[in-house]
Design a protein around this ligand. Structure first.
Ligand code: USQ
Length: 405
Protein backbone atom coordinates (compact mmCIF):
# COMPACT_ATOMS: atom_id res chain seq x y z
CA UNK A 1 0.00 0.00 0.00
CA UNK A 2 1.03 3.64 -0.38
CA UNK A 3 1.05 4.95 3.18
CA UNK A 4 1.64 8.54 4.22
CA UNK A 5 2.64 9.07 7.87
CA UNK A 6 2.18 12.55 9.32
CA UNK A 7 4.44 13.30 12.27
CA UNK A 8 7.09 10.87 10.99
CA UNK A 9 9.90 12.30 13.15
CA UNK A 10 8.06 11.56 16.40
CA UNK A 11 8.14 8.93 19.15
CA UNK A 12 5.54 6.83 17.31
CA UNK A 13 5.79 8.17 13.75
CA UNK A 14 9.34 6.99 13.00
CA UNK A 15 8.89 3.44 14.39
CA UNK A 16 5.61 3.20 12.45
CA UNK A 17 7.35 4.22 9.23
CA UNK A 18 9.99 1.49 9.59
CA UNK A 19 7.37 -1.06 10.60
CA UNK A 20 5.35 -0.55 7.40
CA UNK A 21 8.42 -0.23 5.18
CA UNK A 22 9.78 -3.52 6.55
CA UNK A 23 6.53 -5.16 5.48
CA UNK A 24 6.92 -3.99 1.89
CA UNK A 25 4.67 -0.93 1.88
CA UNK A 26 5.58 2.30 0.08
CA UNK A 27 6.03 4.81 2.91
CA UNK A 28 6.23 8.60 2.89
CA UNK A 29 6.80 10.52 6.14
CA UNK A 30 5.92 14.17 6.64
CA UNK A 31 7.14 16.31 9.52
CA UNK A 32 7.97 19.95 10.25
CA UNK A 33 10.47 19.13 13.04
CA UNK A 34 8.35 21.22 15.43
CA UNK A 35 8.74 18.75 18.30
CA UNK A 36 12.49 19.32 18.33
CA UNK A 37 11.75 23.05 18.65
CA UNK A 38 9.30 22.54 21.56
CA UNK A 39 11.91 20.40 23.30
CA UNK A 40 14.50 23.17 22.99
CA UNK A 41 11.92 25.72 24.19
CA UNK A 42 11.35 23.89 27.49
CA UNK A 43 14.89 22.58 27.87
CA UNK A 44 14.06 18.88 27.45
CA UNK A 45 16.10 16.27 25.61
CA UNK A 46 15.22 12.67 24.74
CA UNK A 47 17.06 9.95 26.64
CA UNK A 48 19.09 8.95 23.60
CA UNK A 49 20.46 11.21 20.87
CA UNK A 50 17.92 11.04 18.03
CA UNK A 51 19.53 11.52 14.60
CA UNK A 52 17.77 13.86 12.15
CA UNK A 53 14.86 12.30 10.26
CA UNK A 54 16.70 12.29 6.93
CA UNK A 55 19.70 10.64 8.60
CA UNK A 56 17.50 7.89 10.01
CA UNK A 57 15.85 7.39 6.60
CA UNK A 58 19.31 7.16 5.01
CA UNK A 59 20.38 4.59 7.59
CA UNK A 60 17.22 2.57 6.98
CA UNK A 61 17.91 2.52 3.23
CA UNK A 62 21.51 1.39 3.86
CA UNK A 63 20.04 -1.67 5.54
CA UNK A 64 18.46 -2.55 2.17
CA UNK A 65 14.91 -1.93 3.27
CA UNK A 66 12.32 -0.26 1.08
CA UNK A 67 13.32 3.45 1.22
CA UNK A 68 11.20 5.82 3.32
CA UNK A 69 10.50 9.08 1.50
CA UNK A 70 10.88 12.17 3.71
CA UNK A 71 8.92 15.41 3.20
CA UNK A 72 9.72 18.35 5.48
CA UNK A 73 6.75 20.66 5.80
CA UNK A 74 4.01 22.01 8.06
CA UNK A 75 0.54 20.60 7.46
CA UNK A 76 -1.13 23.28 9.62
CA UNK A 77 0.63 26.45 8.38
CA UNK A 78 0.96 25.41 4.77
CA UNK A 79 -2.56 24.83 3.53
CA UNK A 80 -1.24 23.52 0.19
CA UNK A 81 1.20 20.92 1.49
CA UNK A 82 -1.30 18.11 1.93
CA UNK A 83 -2.94 18.99 -1.40
CA UNK A 84 0.37 18.38 -3.16
CA UNK A 85 1.01 15.14 -1.25
CA UNK A 86 -2.46 13.73 -1.82
CA UNK A 87 -2.31 14.70 -5.51
CA UNK A 88 1.18 13.34 -6.22
CA UNK A 89 1.58 10.39 -3.85
CA UNK A 90 -2.09 9.28 -3.91
CA UNK A 91 -1.93 7.59 -0.50
CA UNK A 92 -4.24 4.67 0.15
CA UNK A 93 -3.83 5.23 3.88
CA UNK A 94 -2.84 8.34 5.84
CA UNK A 95 -1.67 7.75 9.41
CA UNK A 96 -1.96 11.04 11.25
CA UNK A 97 0.27 11.53 14.31
CA UNK A 98 1.27 15.07 13.31
CA UNK A 99 0.08 16.97 16.38
CA UNK A 100 1.37 18.61 19.55
CA UNK A 101 1.05 15.60 21.92
CA UNK A 102 1.61 16.94 25.43
CA UNK A 103 -1.04 17.87 27.99
CA UNK A 104 1.38 19.89 30.20
CA UNK A 105 2.68 21.79 27.16
CA UNK A 106 -0.87 22.84 26.30
CA UNK A 107 -1.54 23.96 29.91
CA UNK A 108 1.67 25.96 30.27
CA UNK A 109 0.28 29.33 29.16
CA UNK A 110 -2.17 31.01 26.79
CA UNK A 111 0.24 30.98 23.86
CA UNK A 112 0.84 27.24 24.10
CA UNK A 113 -2.85 26.48 24.53
CA UNK A 114 -3.79 28.53 21.45
CA UNK A 115 -0.90 27.06 19.49
CA UNK A 116 -1.81 23.46 20.45
CA UNK A 117 -5.42 23.78 19.44
CA UNK A 118 -4.71 25.74 16.22
CA UNK A 119 -1.89 23.43 15.17
CA UNK A 120 -3.81 20.24 15.86
CA UNK A 121 -7.25 21.23 14.62
CA UNK A 122 -6.11 23.20 11.56
CA UNK A 123 -3.62 20.51 10.52
CA UNK A 124 -6.38 17.91 10.57
CA UNK A 125 -8.74 20.20 8.65
CA UNK A 126 -6.08 20.63 5.95
CA UNK A 127 -5.73 16.85 5.72
CA UNK A 128 -9.50 16.51 5.36
CA UNK A 129 -9.77 19.01 2.53
CA UNK A 130 -6.78 17.59 0.65
CA UNK A 131 -8.31 14.11 0.91
CA UNK A 132 -11.68 15.37 -0.31
CA UNK A 133 -10.02 16.92 -3.34
CA UNK A 134 -7.49 14.29 -4.33
CA UNK A 135 -7.98 10.94 -2.58
CA UNK A 136 -11.49 10.65 -1.10
CA UNK A 137 -11.21 6.84 -1.12
CA UNK A 138 -8.15 6.85 1.15
CA UNK A 139 -8.43 5.63 4.73
CA UNK A 140 -7.48 8.14 7.42
CA UNK A 141 -6.11 6.53 10.57
CA UNK A 142 -6.00 9.33 13.09
CA UNK A 143 -4.27 9.17 16.47
CA UNK A 144 -6.78 10.28 19.07
CA UNK A 145 -6.52 9.62 22.80
CA UNK A 146 -8.31 7.79 25.59
CA UNK A 147 -8.03 11.12 27.40
CA UNK A 148 -10.83 12.45 25.22
CA UNK A 149 -13.30 10.58 27.42
CA UNK A 150 -11.88 11.69 30.77
CA UNK A 151 -13.06 9.58 33.69
CA UNK A 152 -16.86 9.34 33.42
CA UNK A 153 -18.86 7.51 36.05
CA UNK A 154 -20.24 5.12 33.43
CA UNK A 155 -18.57 2.53 31.18
CA UNK A 156 -16.54 4.03 28.33
CA UNK A 157 -17.57 2.62 24.95
CA UNK A 158 -15.56 2.68 21.73
CA UNK A 159 -16.46 6.14 20.46
CA UNK A 160 -20.21 5.77 20.23
CA UNK A 161 -23.03 5.48 22.74
CA UNK A 162 -26.53 4.08 22.25
CA UNK A 163 -28.97 6.33 24.10
CA UNK A 164 -32.65 6.19 24.84
CA UNK A 165 -34.15 9.59 25.58
CA UNK A 166 -37.82 10.25 26.20
CA UNK A 167 -38.62 6.88 24.69
CA UNK A 168 -36.59 7.39 21.49
CA UNK A 169 -33.27 5.74 20.61
CA UNK A 170 -30.19 7.09 18.81
CA UNK A 171 -26.48 6.39 18.47
CA UNK A 172 -24.41 9.41 19.41
CA UNK A 173 -20.72 10.22 19.75
CA UNK A 174 -19.68 9.29 23.27
CA UNK A 175 -19.73 12.46 25.45
CA UNK A 176 -16.23 13.79 26.09
CA UNK A 177 -14.81 15.31 29.25
CA UNK A 178 -11.03 15.63 28.76
CA UNK A 179 -8.50 16.80 31.35
CA UNK A 180 -6.38 19.19 29.29
CA UNK A 181 -6.56 21.59 26.35
CA UNK A 182 -4.36 19.16 24.41
CA UNK A 183 -6.80 16.28 24.96
CA UNK A 184 -9.60 18.68 24.04
CA UNK A 185 -7.90 19.44 20.70
CA UNK A 186 -8.32 15.76 19.86
CA UNK A 187 -11.99 15.91 20.77
CA UNK A 188 -12.37 18.72 18.21
CA UNK A 189 -10.56 16.56 15.64
CA UNK A 190 -12.87 13.63 16.34
CA UNK A 191 -15.92 15.78 15.75
CA UNK A 192 -14.48 17.21 12.53
CA UNK A 193 -13.65 13.75 11.25
CA UNK A 194 -17.04 12.30 12.09
CA UNK A 195 -18.47 15.23 10.14
CA UNK A 196 -16.21 14.44 7.16
CA UNK A 197 -17.33 10.80 7.18
CA UNK A 198 -20.97 11.86 7.18
CA UNK A 199 -20.63 14.65 4.61
CA UNK A 200 -18.03 13.26 2.22
CA UNK A 201 -18.16 9.49 2.71
CA UNK A 202 -14.70 9.40 4.25
CA UNK A 203 -13.22 6.25 5.73
CA UNK A 204 -11.90 7.21 9.17
CA UNK A 205 -10.48 5.23 12.09
CA UNK A 206 -9.96 7.29 15.22
CA UNK A 207 -7.52 5.46 17.48
CA UNK A 208 -8.22 6.52 21.03
CA UNK A 209 -4.88 5.50 22.41
CA UNK A 210 -3.89 5.10 26.03
CA UNK A 211 -0.51 5.99 27.53
CA UNK A 212 2.36 4.39 25.59
CA UNK A 213 5.56 3.05 27.15
CA UNK A 214 8.85 1.64 25.89
CA UNK A 215 11.19 2.39 23.02
CA UNK A 216 12.13 -1.05 21.67
CA UNK A 217 10.80 -2.32 18.37
CA UNK A 218 12.08 -5.05 16.06
CA UNK A 219 12.99 -2.51 13.41
CA UNK A 220 15.02 -0.32 15.77
CA UNK A 221 16.80 -3.39 17.13
CA UNK A 222 20.07 -2.31 18.71
CA UNK A 223 20.88 0.36 16.14
CA UNK A 224 21.26 3.77 17.86
CA UNK A 225 21.02 5.45 14.44
CA UNK A 226 17.42 4.26 14.13
CA UNK A 227 16.28 5.04 17.66
CA UNK A 228 13.11 6.90 18.55
CA UNK A 229 12.69 9.83 20.92
CA UNK A 230 12.04 8.58 24.44
CA UNK A 231 11.12 11.40 26.83
CA UNK A 232 11.26 11.41 30.60
CA UNK A 233 10.86 15.14 31.32
CA UNK A 234 7.71 16.55 32.94
CA UNK A 235 6.27 17.92 29.70
CA UNK A 236 6.81 15.24 27.04
CA UNK A 237 7.55 12.15 29.15
CA UNK A 238 4.66 9.79 29.85
CA UNK A 239 4.30 8.34 33.30
CA UNK A 240 5.85 4.86 33.05
CA UNK A 241 8.76 6.06 30.91
CA UNK A 242 9.36 8.74 33.55
CA UNK A 243 9.23 6.29 36.46
CA UNK A 244 11.78 4.00 34.83
CA UNK A 245 14.24 6.85 34.30
CA UNK A 246 13.67 8.11 37.84
CA UNK A 247 14.40 4.61 39.17
CA UNK A 248 17.55 4.40 37.04
CA UNK A 249 19.05 7.46 38.74
CA UNK A 250 17.82 6.61 42.23
CA UNK A 251 15.28 9.44 42.29
CA UNK A 252 11.97 8.79 44.11
CA UNK A 253 9.09 8.06 41.71
CA UNK A 254 6.91 11.15 41.27
CA UNK A 255 3.34 10.02 41.93
CA UNK A 256 0.96 12.95 41.47
CA UNK A 257 -1.53 13.12 44.35
CA UNK A 258 -2.81 9.83 45.71
CA UNK A 259 -1.86 7.95 42.54
CA UNK A 260 -5.28 6.33 42.34
CA UNK A 261 -5.81 7.78 38.84
CA UNK A 262 -6.49 4.93 36.40
CA UNK A 263 -5.55 5.01 32.72
CA UNK A 264 -5.19 2.52 29.86
CA UNK A 265 -1.61 1.63 28.85
CA UNK A 266 0.14 -0.15 26.00
CA UNK A 267 3.59 -1.13 24.84
CA UNK A 268 4.96 0.80 21.82
CA UNK A 269 5.14 -2.54 19.96
CA UNK A 270 1.37 -2.85 20.32
CA UNK A 271 0.86 0.68 18.98
CA UNK A 272 2.52 -0.44 15.74
CA UNK A 273 0.47 -3.61 15.49
CA UNK A 274 -2.79 -1.75 16.24
CA UNK A 275 -2.10 0.79 13.50
CA UNK A 276 -1.29 -2.07 11.11
CA UNK A 277 -4.57 -3.80 12.02
CA UNK A 278 -6.47 -0.58 11.38
CA UNK A 279 -4.74 0.04 8.03
CA UNK A 280 -5.15 -3.50 6.73
CA UNK A 281 -8.81 -3.69 7.82
CA UNK A 282 -10.00 -0.26 6.65
CA UNK A 283 -13.18 1.50 7.72
CA UNK A 284 -15.97 1.47 5.15
CA UNK A 285 -16.94 4.50 3.03
CA UNK A 286 -18.79 6.95 5.26
CA UNK A 287 -17.72 5.13 8.44
CA UNK A 288 -16.26 6.96 11.42
CA UNK A 289 -14.86 4.09 13.43
CA UNK A 290 -13.34 4.44 16.88
CA UNK A 291 -10.99 1.91 18.48
CA UNK A 292 -9.94 2.25 22.10
CA UNK A 293 -6.25 1.42 21.78
CA UNK A 294 -4.81 0.14 25.03
CA UNK A 295 -4.15 -3.31 26.42
CA UNK A 296 -4.20 -3.01 30.23
CA UNK A 297 -5.37 -0.51 32.81
CA UNK A 298 -3.43 0.50 35.90
CA UNK A 299 -3.53 3.12 38.59
CA UNK A 300 -0.46 5.34 38.81
CA UNK A 301 0.39 3.72 42.19
CA UNK A 302 0.21 0.24 40.65
CA UNK A 303 2.73 1.36 38.02
CA UNK A 304 5.01 2.89 40.63
CA UNK A 305 4.88 -0.31 42.70
CA UNK A 306 5.69 -2.44 39.66
CA UNK A 307 8.69 -0.30 38.82
CA UNK A 308 9.84 -0.50 42.43
CA UNK A 309 9.51 -4.31 42.36
CA UNK A 310 11.34 -4.63 39.04
CA UNK A 311 14.10 -2.39 40.34
CA UNK A 312 14.36 -4.56 43.48
CA UNK A 313 14.72 -7.67 41.27
CA UNK A 314 17.67 -5.85 39.68
CA UNK A 315 19.16 -5.04 43.07
CA UNK A 316 18.04 -1.41 43.17
CA UNK A 317 16.17 0.34 45.96
CA UNK A 318 13.52 2.77 44.78
CA UNK A 319 11.28 5.07 46.81
CA UNK A 320 7.86 6.38 45.90
CA UNK A 321 7.08 10.03 46.60
CA UNK A 322 3.63 11.62 46.45
CA UNK A 323 3.72 15.16 45.03
CA UNK A 324 0.87 17.63 45.22
CA UNK A 325 -0.99 16.91 41.99
CA UNK A 326 -0.18 19.73 39.55
CA UNK A 327 -3.12 18.66 37.36
CA UNK A 328 -6.83 19.00 37.82
CA UNK A 329 -8.04 15.42 37.47
CA UNK A 330 -10.15 13.03 39.49
CA UNK A 331 -7.97 10.82 41.64
CA UNK A 332 -10.66 8.41 42.82
CA UNK A 333 -12.98 7.41 40.06
CA UNK A 334 -14.75 4.61 38.24
CA UNK A 335 -12.90 3.40 35.13
CA UNK A 336 -14.13 0.72 32.83
CA UNK A 337 -13.30 1.20 29.15
CA UNK A 338 -14.25 -1.16 26.33
CA UNK A 339 -11.31 -2.16 24.11
CA UNK A 340 -12.32 -5.28 22.24
CA UNK A 341 -12.21 -4.07 18.59
CA UNK A 342 -8.47 -4.40 18.11
CA UNK A 343 -8.38 -7.77 19.89
CA UNK A 344 -11.14 -8.96 17.54
CA UNK A 345 -8.95 -8.00 14.61
CA UNK A 346 -6.08 -10.09 16.03
CA UNK A 347 -4.10 -7.95 18.48
CA UNK A 348 -2.00 -10.10 20.82
CA UNK A 349 -0.80 -7.74 23.52
CA UNK A 350 2.68 -7.43 24.97
CA UNK A 351 1.79 -7.15 28.64
CA UNK A 352 3.66 -5.15 31.23
CA UNK A 353 5.79 -7.52 33.26
CA UNK A 354 9.07 -7.38 35.15
CA UNK A 355 11.02 -8.46 32.08
CA UNK A 356 9.74 -5.50 30.07
CA UNK A 357 10.36 -3.04 32.90
CA UNK A 358 13.77 -4.64 33.52
CA UNK A 359 14.75 -4.05 29.86
CA UNK A 360 13.57 -0.45 30.08
CA UNK A 361 15.60 0.02 33.28
CA UNK A 362 18.70 -1.46 31.69
CA UNK A 363 18.45 0.94 28.74
CA UNK A 364 17.88 3.93 31.01
CA UNK A 365 20.90 3.01 33.13
CA UNK A 366 23.11 2.72 30.04
CA UNK A 367 22.26 6.29 29.07
CA UNK A 368 22.12 7.63 32.63
CA UNK A 369 24.84 10.18 31.90
CA UNK A 370 22.40 12.02 29.58
CA UNK A 371 19.63 12.26 32.18
CA UNK A 372 18.93 15.81 33.27
CA UNK A 373 17.39 15.49 36.73
CA UNK A 374 16.20 19.10 36.72
CA UNK A 375 13.85 18.40 33.82
CA UNK A 376 11.96 15.73 35.76
CA UNK A 377 9.95 17.43 38.53
CA UNK A 378 6.61 18.90 37.36
CA UNK A 379 6.62 22.61 36.59
CA UNK A 380 3.27 23.10 34.87
CA UNK A 381 0.31 23.63 37.17
CA UNK A 382 -3.15 23.19 35.64
CA UNK A 383 -4.59 26.21 37.48
CA UNK A 384 -1.65 28.60 37.28
CA UNK A 385 0.40 27.49 34.26
CA UNK A 386 4.17 27.73 34.36
CA UNK A 387 5.59 27.64 37.87
CA UNK A 388 9.19 28.52 37.08
CA UNK A 389 10.82 30.92 34.60
CA UNK A 390 11.28 29.40 31.16
CA UNK A 391 14.83 30.67 30.93
CA UNK A 392 17.27 28.96 33.25
CA UNK A 393 14.75 26.18 33.66
CA UNK A 394 17.39 23.58 34.30
CA UNK A 395 18.50 25.35 37.46
CA UNK A 396 15.09 26.58 38.63
CA UNK A 397 13.72 25.00 41.78
CA UNK A 398 10.19 23.74 41.12
CA UNK A 399 7.69 25.38 43.40
CA UNK A 400 5.35 22.38 43.52
CA UNK A 401 5.56 21.10 47.02
CA UNK A 402 6.78 17.59 47.58
CA UNK A 403 5.12 15.71 50.41
CA UNK A 404 6.52 12.39 51.57
CA UNK A 405 4.06 9.54 51.55
N1 USQ B 1 1.45 11.15 36.45
C1 USQ B 1 2.04 10.97 37.69
N2 USQ B 1 3.37 11.23 37.81
C2 USQ B 1 4.13 11.64 36.75
C3 USQ B 1 3.51 11.82 35.49
C4 USQ B 1 2.17 11.57 35.38
O1 USQ B 1 1.39 10.60 38.67
O2 USQ B 1 5.34 11.86 36.94
C5 USQ B 1 0.01 10.84 36.29
C6 USQ B 1 -0.84 11.96 35.73
O3 USQ B 1 -1.30 12.82 36.75
C7 USQ B 1 -1.95 11.18 35.02
C8 USQ B 1 -1.28 9.89 34.57
O4 USQ B 1 -0.08 9.80 35.32
O5 USQ B 1 -2.96 10.86 35.93
C9 USQ B 1 -0.93 9.86 33.10
O6 USQ B 1 -0.14 10.99 32.77
P1 USQ B 1 0.85 11.01 31.50
O7 USQ B 1 1.63 12.27 31.56
O8 USQ B 1 1.59 9.74 31.38
O9 USQ B 1 -0.18 10.99 30.30
P2 USQ B 1 -1.14 12.11 29.69
O10 USQ B 1 -0.81 13.48 30.11
O11 USQ B 1 -2.53 11.65 29.93
O12 USQ B 1 -0.80 12.04 28.15
C10 USQ B 1 -0.14 10.93 27.52
C11 USQ B 1 0.43 11.39 26.20
C12 USQ B 1 -0.70 11.86 25.30
C13 USQ B 1 -1.73 10.76 25.17
C14 USQ B 1 -2.20 10.29 26.53
C15 USQ B 1 -3.07 9.07 26.47
O13 USQ B 1 1.37 12.42 26.41
O14 USQ B 1 -0.18 12.23 24.04
O15 USQ B 1 -2.82 11.26 24.46
O16 USQ B 1 -1.06 9.90 27.31
S1 USQ B 1 -4.30 9.10 27.72
O17 USQ B 1 -3.70 9.43 29.02
O18 USQ B 1 -4.93 7.81 27.74
O19 USQ B 1 -5.20 10.16 27.35
Amino acid sequence: MRICILGGDGYLGWPTAMYFSARGHEVMVVDNMAKRGWEAEIGAKPLEHVPALKERARRWKQKKFQPIEVVIGNIADDGQLMNGICHDFRPEAIIHYGEQPSAPYSMLNQENAVYTQCNNVVGTLNVMFAMREHCPQAHLVKLGTMGEYGTPNIDIEEGWLDVTHNGRKDRVLYPKKPHSLYHLSKVHDSHNLEFASRMWDFRVTDLNQGVVYGSDTDEIGNDPELCTSFHYDDVFGTVLNRFVVQAAIGMPLTVYGSGKQIRGYLNIRDTLRCVELAVTNPAGRGEFRVFNQFTEQFSVMELAQRVRESAAINGMKVEIQHLRNPRVEQEEHYYHAAHSSLSSLGLEPHLLNHEVIGQMLEKAMKTANRINEASILPKVDWKQGWQAPVTGLSTAVPRLQAVRA
